[in-house]
Design a protein around this ligand. Structure first.
Ligand code: GYE
Length: 356
C-alpha cells in the first residue's frame, strides 16, 4: 500500500523547523551521515505549522516499536514521536511499548506488517536477533527505519536508515572528562577504583558506552574497574546494584551509570549507606542522557557530570520518511550532535532552555 503526499506546505514547515534547530556546533561525526540537528537545540515538530491540506491526502501510517518506559530519556523519546506523528502533520501513529522485551517488539513488528503500515520504526531493545522479522517486513515491501539503538544485521538493506547517538563517543567523552577532573583535583596519579552500573546488556547504548569507557581505561593504568553489573536502565535496579556494590567494596572512588535514572537510584543507595557523592562528596558520580532531573541532581550537588544523549528523534525520523516519500536517498547512518554538562557550568540557565 503506497499512499501519497504530505502537502508541500507541511514539508516546507518541517524543513524550516529542522533548519531552525540545525545551527549547532560542528559536524555530527557520522560516517557518511548528514549532520543532524545539534542535540541541545533540537526541538520536536509539535510546534510546526500543521499541514493545511494534509487531510486532502491519505495519512502515512507509521508503526513505532518502542523499547519501553524505563527512563526519563525514554519518556521524552515517546513524547517526541507522539507529538510529531500526529494527524495534523499527516500521519497515523501506531505506538507499541515492548516493556523492554525483544519478543514483544518482534510481535509488534509482525502486527505492523499485518496492518500494512507504510513505515516501521524500531528502537531495538538489543542489537542482535532481528534478521527474520526484518526479512518479513522486506518481503511485505515495508521500509524499516531504526532510531535510537542500533541493530547488528548481516544485510544492511534490511533497514533504510538509522538515527541516534554515538554511544562509543559518549563513553569516551566520559572517560576524557574524568581524566581531566581527577587531574584538576590533584588525583591524576592516584589509584582510582571504579564501578559501572551498565544499561540493558546487549543494547547498543550499553555496548557503546561500556566500550568507550573501556578504551579510556586502557589509557590510565591507575584506573581500576572493580565490577560492572546491569541496572537495566532503571532507577530501581540502579539503586539495588549500588547497594550490593557498597556492600562488596568500601573504597569506591567513581561510579559510572549508563543512564541518569540509574544514577538517581545509586545516589539514594550511597546516601542510605551513610556516604556522600558529588563534587564535595566521597564518591564521584557520572551518568549519561542529560535529562532535566540530572541537572537538578547536579544543582543539588549529588551528580558530578552527565553525558548527553538526545532523545528527540521524532522529527528526525519524520525527515527521513519525507525524503523517502519524495524518492530521495537518505544517509544510512545519522549521528546526532551531543555534548556534556558538569557542575562547573551555569546549570540553572542551561536547565531553563532544556527541551527534555
Ligand atoms: O540512555 C536510557 C534509555 O537507548 C539511548 O535507553 C537510549 C537509552 C538511554 O533507557 O535512558
Amino acid at each position: 500500500m503506497k499512499r501519497k503526499v504530505l502537502s508541500a506546505f507541511l514539508i516546507a514547515a518541517m524543513t524550516l523547523s529542522m533548519a531552525a534547530c540545525g545551527s549547532g556546533s560542528g559536524d555530527s561525526g557520522s560516517s557518511g551521515g548528514d549532520s543532524a540537528p545539534a542535540a541541545d537545540e533540537a526541538e520536536d515538530t509539535d510546534d510546526a505549522e500543521p499541514a493545511e491540506d494534509a487531510d486532502s491526502g491519505e495519512l502515512i501510517t507509521v508503526g513505532y516499536a518502542q523499547v519501553g518506559a524505563e527512563s526519563d530519556w525514554r519518556t521524552a523519546n515517546t513524547e517526541s514521536f507522539k507529538s510529531t506523528f500526529t494527524e495534523e502533520n499527516g500521519y497515523k501513529l501506531i505506538f507499541d511499548d515492548a516493556q523492554q522485551k525483544q519478543e514483544n517488539q518482534i510481535k509488534a513488528i509482525r502486527s505492523f506488517i499485518q496492518q500494512e503500515v507504510d513505515y516501521i520504526v524500531v528502537a531495538p531493545v538489543v542489537e542482535t536477533g532481528w534478521e527474520t522479522v526484518l526479512e518479513e517486513a522486506k518481503e511485505a515491501g515495508i521500509p524499516v527505519i531504526l532510531s535510537d539503538r542500533m541493530m547488528e544485521v548481516s544485510d544492511d538493506s534490511l533497514f533504510e536508515a538509522w538515527v541516534g547517538g554515538n554511544f562509543v563517543q559518549e563513553g569516551e567523552t566520559c572517560g576524557d572528562w574524568l581524566a581531566e577532573y581527577l587531574e584538576e583535583q590533584g588525583r591524576g596519579d592516584e589509584e582510582i577504583n571504579m564501578v559501572t552500573i551498565q544499561g540493558t546488556i546487549g543494547a547498543s547504548a550499553q555496548v557503546g558506552r561500556t566500550e568507550g569507557m573501556a578504551n579510556k581505561l586502557e589509557e590510565h593504568s591507575n584506573w581500576k574497574m572493580l565490577e560492572m553489573q546491569s541496572g537495566e536502565f532503571t532507577q530501581a535496579k540502579g539503586q539495588e546494584v549500588m547497594e550490593s556494590f557498597l556492600k562488596s567494596y568500601d573504597d569506591i572512588d567513581v561510579v559510572i551509570r549508563e543512564n541518569d535514572n540509574e544514577a538517581f537510584g545509586a545516589i539514594d543507595a550511597i546516601k542510605a549507606a551513610g556516604k556522600s557523592c558529588g563534587p564535595d562528596g566521597d564518591i564521584i558520580v557520572v551518568s549519561f542522557d542529560s535529562v532535566k532531573a540530572a541537572f537538578e541532581s547536579m544543582i543539588a550537588g549529588d551528580l558530578n557530570a552527565t553525558f548527553e544523549c538526545n532523545p528527540l528523534h521524532g522529527s528526525r525520523v519524520a525527515e527521513i520518511i519525507q525524503k523517502l516519500e519524495a524518492g530521495e536517498t537518505v544517509d544510512k547512518i545519522q549521528y546526532v550532535d551531543e555534548s556534556y554538562f558538569d557542575t562547573s557550568m551555569d546549570l540553572e540557565s542551561i536547565l531553563e532552555e532544556r527541551a527534555y
